[in-house]
Write a protein that binds this ligand. Sequence first.
Ligand code: AMP
Length: 287
Amino acid sequence: MAALPNISDIREMQAWSDHARRQGKRIVMVPTMGFLHEGHLSLVRQGRKEGDCLVVSIFANPAQFAPSEDFGSYPRDLERDVRLLMEERVDLLFNPTAEDMYPRGYQTYVDVEQVSRPLCGAHRAGHFRGVATVVLKLFHIVRPHAAMFGLKDYQQVQVIRRMSEDLNLDVEIVACPTVRASDGLAMSSRNHYLEPAEREAARCLQSALGKAEALVRGGETLAERIREAVVEEISRHPPARLEYADLCDPKELQPVEEVKGPTLLALCAWVGKARLIDNRVLAGKEP
Ligand code: AMP
């Protein structure tokens, strides 16, 4: 099998994309932090259908990790990632260095003010500032016509959509459904941290979402009651420890007291060293 074309240099990447654009090609990009799994690959496969040139970026972005978080230990396996991307016949891998992305003296950041604040934003200071900044940089470097994101990171999709609209970015944001393992756990690079017993406990995220959905189907509309059921389900599965479980409107992510229409239930729990998130839109479909 031929090697996977690979660019690390920012200017070279821009020149590659300019050339593709001049040839009338539609560029689709899939931004990732690597340690690829089926969730990432589903974005790649969907991306293939969205355009002519498929670019995957691998960049573990230091700006979206707080100093206390797992940037240093975030799982990495570039060799395996390259093999997987070759199997998917990706056109190009872009994997810049942190020194090139954030050179000495770097000082410009993007803050998407409101939609970044609740849910993960309330628990991970500066996280979405780092995400919005790197995605905007990647868009300027890769110059895609469309970019693929996973709804597993629901708030991230809303932050990027808001940024794209506010800053008039000419990039179509395509949101893809969450891919789960056979035990129901949403795929995540961080699942790698889980010991077998922790993996078992981690299934409570999915079962808590199921319980909430069953309550809503049964006619429950009070957010607090639904939340209580989620809290109880997680508490029955130590070592899982709930960080948040919030019901909010699916676009602006503002809290709701009643489920009157499509409502996002977003939750986050720690299991061992892994911080896991999952979500479901109750009483409707994702926007
Ligand atoms: P990450 O490498 O964690 O930054 O993820 C890169 C992209 O893959 C993001 O758009 C994620 O939302 C998406 N992604 C991660 N896990 C999944 C999953 N289980 N299903 C669908 N998309 C996912």
